[in-house]
Design a protein around this ligand. Structure first.
Ligand SMILES: NC(=O)c1ccc[n+]([C@@H]2O[C@H](COP(=O)([O-])OP(=O)(O)OC[C@H]3O[C@@H](n4cnc5c(N)ncnc54)[C@H](O)[C@@H]3O)[C@@H](O)[C@H]2O)c1
Length: 136
C-alpha cells in the first residue's frame, strides 16, 4: 500500500462535526480549509464558517490542543473557495444530512478535486459501509 503524506485537508461543512474535525487536523499539524455556505444576509461571505469555528474554539473541553494551532485553519465559503480543494490531500464532506445537498456538494467537489486525493463522504457512512473513504 502506498504511504500518503497528508499535509492539507479540506473540511466541507463547518457545523458540529466539521469545525471539530478541522481542529483535530490542525492539532496534528495539517493545514485545513474549512468551508461552509454563504450566509443569506450580511456582507461577510465567510461568516458561517468563521462563526462555527469560533464557537468550537470556545467550547469546553476545547477541540484545539493549543490556541496557536487554530492559525492552521483557513475559512471560506463554497461559492468562492471550493476550487482551492485542488491543493488538498484529503477532502472530508460533513454538510447537513440532506441527500440532495450532499449530492450537489459532491458533484461540485468532482469539478475541482485532484485525482488521487483521499475523500471521505459522510453520507457513505450511513449508506454503504463498503464505500467509506474512497481514493481515486
Ligand atoms: N454530530 C454528530 O454527532 C454526527 C455524528 C456522525 C455523523 N454525523 C454526520 O455528519 C454530517 C454533519 O453533521 P453535523 O452534526 O456537523 O451537522 P451540522 O448541522 O452541525 O452542520 C451541517 C453544516 O451543513 C451546512 N449546510 C447547510 N445547508 C447547506 C447547503 N445547502 N450546502 C452545504 N452546506 C450546508 C450548515 O451550514 C452546517 O454548517 C451529517 O451527515 C451527519 O449525519 C454527525
Amino acid at each position: 500500500m502506498k504511504n500518503r503524506n497528508i499535509k492539507k485537508v479540506a473540511v466541507l461543512g463547518s457545523g458540529v462535526m466539521g469545525s471539530r474535525i478541522a481542529c483535530h487536523f490542525a492539532n496534528v499539524g495539517c493545514e485545513v480549509l474549512l468551508l461552509d455556505i454563504v450566509p443569506k444576509e450580511g456582507k461577510d461571505r465567510n461568516a458561517v464558517a468563521d462563526e462555527h469555528l469560533a464557537f468550537a474554539l470556545k467550547s469546553n473541553p476545547s477541540p484545539i490542543y493549543d490556541k496557536k494551532f487554530a492559525k492552521r485553519i483557513s475559512t471560506g465559503n463554497f461559492d468562492d473557495d471550493l476550487p482551492k480543494i485542488k491543493d488538498c490531500d484529503w477532502i472530508i464532506e460533513v454538510v447537513i444530512e440532506r441527500l440532495d445537498i450532499k449530492q450537489q456538494v459532491l458533484a461540485n467537489v468532482e469539478k475541482y478535486r485532484t485525482p488521487g486525493t483521499l475523500d471521505h463522504y459522510e453520507h457513505q457512512r450511513h449508506s454503504d459501509p463498503r464505500d467509506r473513504g474512497r481514493t481515486q
